[in-house]
Ligand binder design. Structure first.
Ligand SMILES: [Zn+2]
Ligand SMILES: [Zn+2]
Length: 307
């Protein structure tokens, strides 16, 4: 019995973990993981499977400019741990062939322990100093915004996004060996996956997201980091029971990431992702003054999801 995955998924639903663990064990013993409990836990937009070569993939990630991505990581009021960051760096390098460059921002100027508006946080993230070129994501971890476990939102410049991570939600599902850092890593990888535009094909896009723009759609495969965590039910729990948290892109999402990499390389026949070698450590630091909050207003978030 994998208590890690049970703990991960039972807390958000307010279900007693021990009771659900016993139920899951009973179902496994009687073989009740039938057709409805395969890793495909939500219906797709279509059953027609299309080749990855025909996938509609973003121009950014299929161009040379998309071979690297900078993360501006704020360290206050909450930091992303090095362990969580290493997991994300390796996953993006191994499965998307994109090298993450890390810059640390010591202080976001945002308070700890408070519920903030989504706009308040994204406006800070979008305004962090950045003098480089290429795509960049500000990662701002705050106590809570009330918007799922995290979300990604656009900034004014087209190559810029802000990911907001809600620390309170991550801590709320920490139980046993599952740590809040595990959920933070899962959330960050998931949100980056949204910008990378996976899932990109309708046969593994969830029909539950039919009313959402493609940039906010989720994978049908419960063993994929792009599955919408806040919709996890028994099917997804059983799918991950023996393997733990789904900290990877599923084969279909991974194929699309490889296709982006292949098109970047100008070689449609490239099938293998570039493997990450070694450990990327933070490359730069800079200090910014705390920023006053301005233009507070509600902001329509582009992604409202668990992780
Ligand atoms: Zn997937
Ligand atoms: Zn999502």
């Amino acid at each position: 019995m994998n208590q890690r995955i049970l703990g991960m998924f039972t807390r958000p639903f307010g279900v007693d973990g021990q009771s659900l663990a016993m139920l899951a064990a009973a179902l496994l013993l009687v073989g009740a993981t039938g057709p409805g409990c395969t890793p495909v836990c939500e219906p797709p937009l279509t059953k027609e499977r299309t080749p990855v070569e025909a996938a509609d993939l973003p121009a950014l990630w299929t161009s040379a400019a998309g071979s690297g991505l900078t993360l501006l990581l704020t360290e206050q009021p909450y930091a992303v741990s090095d362990a969580a960051l290493d997991r994300v760096i390796h996953a993006i390098a191994d499965q998307a062939g994109i090298q993450l460059q890390i810059e640390r921002v010591p202080d976001s100027g945002l308070p700890a322990g408070e519920r903030l508006s989504a706009y308040q946080v994204t406006s800070v993230g979008c305004a962090l100093p950045w003098n480089g070129s290429g795509p960049v994501v500000a990662v701002v971890t705050v106590w809570d915004t009330g918007v799922g476990y995290g979300f990604i939102d656009e900034c004014g410049p087209p190559l810029r996004r802000t990911v907001v991570i809600n620390r309170a939600r991550a801590e709320s599902i920490a139980i046993g060996p599952i740590t809040a850092d595990d959920d933070v890593a899962l959330t960050l990888l998931h949100e980056l996956g949204h910008w990378l535009a996976v899932p990109a094909r309708d046969f593994h896009r969830s029909a539950v997201d039919a009313d959402q723009p493609t940039s906010n759609q989720h994978c049908t495969n419960a063993k994929c980091v792009m599955y919408k965590g806040s919709r996890v039910g028994l099917c997804a729990i059983l799918a991950n029971l023996t393997t733990g948290l789904p900290f990877q892109f599923c084969p279909d999402c991974a194929a699309e990431l490889r296709e982006e990499q292949a098109r970047r390389a100008g070689n449609l026949n490239v099938a293998r992702p570039r493997r990450f070698r070694g450990v990327v450590r933070p490359t730069g630091r800079f200090v910014r003054e705390p920023m006053p909050f301005q233009n507070r207003r509600s902001l329509p978030c582009s992604d409202v999801c668990m992780s």
